[in-house]
Design a protein around this ligand. Structure first.
Ligand SMILES: *[C@@H]1O[C@H](CO)[C@@H](O)[C@H](O)[C@H]1NC(C)=O
Ligand SMILES: *[C@@H]1O[C@H](CO)[C@@H](O)[C@H](O)[C@H]1NC(C)=O
Ligand SMILES: *[C@@H]1O[C@H](CO)[C@@H](O)[C@H](O)[C@H]1NC(C)=O
Ligand SMILES: [Zn+2]
Length: 700
């Protein structure tokens, strides 16, 4: 089927689904982004499910327009309805066919055993993965690869059995949905040797990234600088553009070496996707969103957000120019090395010299944490207290026993990137985070614990449903908590500060600005990470143009430029963990949008936000100790992925669509301030003319 026609069919379906009354909601799951499955639904009209929706469409049509039609046309339609009704009746008879009931009974028995096997396997695989990620040795790598190859083999055996069932015809929604989830095999669809190869490629890329070290700018013989903590520290605190440029360039010299591996990774990932009946890995990555228009929905969100980003971008460039002079051009993109972050993805670390009201500088929360003798453990205990105050669940004993909450001092290499782990036995959940006592890491602790909270909330679901409603939901949970935690109202409640800051309005703008440097600046970056990879997987960006296309996106969407010219001998995407580690990134974009939607809904439930009450703006809401808000959040989390994400979203927010208006509402005072300030300073909005070049071979 050609893509356009396919798209058209999908569009029609979505409309049909929308007209189904809620007691028939289950049909929505039939309409997946996967073309192959959809084809089947169209061919097997013995699947009675789509028919009621056609009927409804006709009924609506008759009621609304019937009177204006000639009697002849009415007759035709009536006959049609009659025919459809008969089919529907026939189908119902067919539906109670003992043959189907018998198959469903067999399927239920099969599923019961499969669920048991699956959690046991996931447990084993997760342990091996943890052992490697928390202790990078050749032995642990070999073990991880051995275990996951073994698991892949078993999973494939079961999958062969599973696909013998005619699960698309199952009447039982849950049975059908779980079978569908299991029917996507992922990488394990590859032949054994290729599967092992792909695993090895990704872990080699990860290991190259995790162990990369660069030399110091000030002491050329000291070549022991790791990304965390040394390099990150330089980027967040140095204000010497030459030193910043040095670490920016050197890091990319070390990480670009994985390019040949990455090319193979793309090849094998696509091959695996095709064995799952997807056209490419892109389609596979988008499959779980269960929406054929998802990419458009995301683009629409970005368009909604862009005006806010442009104001922030213009203001920050103006401030950087005051600080660094001609290194920053007046109307061009912002040099990427000056934004306090290796990838210019969050800009919070330039706040100290770009703050809207520098004289009303609020308290330094990091210093206060240190002064009050917070430790990593204490930070996580405080985070737990927040969840528990909402009537959500406390961390189980094994969490405290097995987590790694501080960088181990025994000299081992490990993946320091913070992560949260579900071991699938309903008891063992862990966080691995090389926590420093800073406010940033305090917020990250909430983020990671949000993942654990989600795991805990859905741990009683069948194993196939133990995932977020979509992966963006998973990233959003902890951040929703952090939005409350970061308010000065809350920090006073927990005793970190004695009183709310003076100069309220100006302090407010400062705090919103600080938040915006992280949350608004991040949006275009999070968007382009996968825009680039989708094109790569789809073969629209070839290895010969990987880097320059990367910079096209960086320029066009983010409005940044590299500190020095680039060429195709560089491979800058590899400087980012999620690219070498095979982790999709769209989830973070989704999360940053929907967390404000969730925040707004929870705050409304808590009575802490009222759009008509100026004393209760969204950015000052703290849902601490509000069990009503907590229960509403819990209700959404407990669903796991048992229903399409729109229904989970509806459970908390009453809305079925993603919507950026929550974020825009939260930042509204900042937006107004930036707009006025930029006008006052006559600052150019947007960017043009990139001084830096990206070429096939390096420019001399
Ligand atoms: C790291 O892994 C090695 C096996 O390669 C093991 O001998 C060692 O005990 C592990 N270290 C820690 C701290 O777990
Ligand atoms: C430079 O680094 C080397 C290697 O770490 C160290 O031995 C030396 O003392 C350092 N020099 C200075 C001036 O810090
Ligand atoms: C939800 O999003 C879809 C796809 O973008 C759109 O067609 C639909 O009109 C939206 N629904 C609402 C209630 O906004
Ligand atoms: Zn996360």
């Amino acid at each position: 089927m050609d893509p356009e026609e396919f798209q058209r069919l999908l569009d029609i379906d979505v409309e049909d689904v929308a007209s189904i009354p809620s007691d028939n909601e289950s049909y929505a799951s039939d309409f997946d982004a996967n073309g192959e499955e959809l084809d089947e639904n169209f061919q097997h009209n013995n699947d009675l499910k789509p028919i009621p929706s056609i009927l409804i469409t006709f009924h609506v049509y008759l009621c609304a327009k019937g009177l204006h039609h000639s009697s002849v046309k009415m007759k035709t339609l009536k006959i049609l309805v009659f025919v459809l009704n008969s089919i529907s009746l026939l189908s119902k008879v067919y539906g109670s066919d003992p043959a189907i009931e018998e198959e469903e009974a067999r399927a239920r028995a099969f599923l019961k055993i499969l669920n048991e096997k699956t959690w046991t396997r996931n447990n084993k695989g997760t342990i091996a993965a943890w052992n490697y990620a928390s202790n990078i040795t050749d032995y642990n790598l070999k073990e991880q690869i051995r275990v996951s190859a073994e698991i892949a083999k078993e999973v494939k055996e079961d999958w062969k059995e599973l696909t013998k069932f005619n699960y698309n015809t199952f009447i039982d929604y849950d049975l059908r949905r779980q079978f569908k989830k299991y029917s996507i095999l992922g990488k394990a669809a590859l032949p054994d040797d290729k599967y092992v190869k792909l695993e090895k490629i990704v872990s080699d890329m990860e290991s190259a990234y995790a162990t990369a070290k660069i030399c110091s700018y000030h002491n050329k013989t000291d070549c022991s600088l790791s990304l965390e903590p040394e390099i990150t520290k330089i980027l967040t605190s140095s204000r010497d553009p030459e030193e910043l440029k040095h670490v920016w360039v050197e890091w990319r010299k070390k990480t670009k070496t994985v390019k040949p591996l990455f090319i193979d990774y793309v090849k094998y990932s696509n091959e695996a996707a095709r064995l799952n009946n997807f056209t490419s890995n892109t389609e596979y990555w988008l499959y779980d969103y269960e929406s054929p228009t998802f990419v458009d929905e995301i683009e629409k969100l970005w368009r909604q957000l862009k005006p806010l980003y442009l104001q922030l971008h213009a203001y920050v460039r103006h401030k950087l120019r005051q600080r660094y002079g001609e290194v920053v051009s007046e109307k061009g993109p912002i040099p990427a090395h000056l934004l306090g972050n290796m990838w210019a993805q969050t800009w919070g670390h330039v706040a100290d010299f770009t703050l809207p009201y520098p004289k009303v500088k609020g308290p330094n929360y990091s210093n206060l944490l240190a002064k009050q003798e917070y430790t990593p453990i204490k930070m996580f205990q405080e985070a737990e207290r927040f969840f528990v105050s909402l009537n959500l669940t406390e961390m189980p004993p094994l969490f405290w026993k097995n987590s790694i909450l501080e960088k181990p001092k025994d000299g081992r290499d490990l993946v320091c990137h913070a992560s949260a782990w579900d071991f699938y036995d309903q008891k063992d959940f862990r966080i691995k985070q090389c926590t420093d006592v800073t406010f940033e890491d305090f917020i990250t602790a909430h983020h990671e614990m949000g993942h654990i909270q989600y795991y805990l909330q859905y741990k009683s679901q069948p194993v196939a449903y133990r995932e977020g409603a979509n992966d963006g939901f998973h990233e959003a949970v902890g951040d929703v908590m952090a939005l409350s935690v970061a308010t000065s109202k809350h920090l006073k409640k927990i005793g970190l500060i004695d009183s709310e800051p003076a100069n309220k309005d100006q302090n407010d703008i400062n705090e919103l600005y600080q938040m915006g440097l992280d949350k608004i600046a991040f949006l275009p970056f999070a968007y382009l990470m996968d825009l680039w990879r989708w094109q790569v997987f789809d073969g629209k960006i070839t290895p010969e143009e990987y880097n320059c296309k990367w910079w096209d996106y960086r320029y066009n969407i983010q409005g940044i430029e590299p500190p020095v010219d680039r060429s195709e001998l560089d491979f800058d995407p590899a400087s980012k963990y999620h690219i070498v580690a095979d982790v999709p990134y769209l989830r973070y974009f989704i999360s940053y949008v929907i967390q404000f939607q969730f925040h707004r809904a929870a705050c409304e439930i808590a009575g802490e936000y009222d759009p008509n009450d100026l004393t209760k703006p969204l950015h000052k809401c703290d849902i601490y100790q509000n069990t009503k808000a907590g229960n509403a959040i819990g209700k959404m989390l407990q669903m796991g992925s048992s229903r399409p994400w729109r229904e989970a979203m509806e459970a908390l927010t009453g809305q079925q669509n993603m919507d950026a208006s929550g974020l825009l509402e939260y930042f509204r005072p900042l937006y107004k301030w930036l707009e006025t300030e930029n006008q006052k300073n006559n600052v150019y909005i947007g960017w043009k003319i990139c001084e830096k070049k990206c070429t096939k071979v390096p420019l001399q």
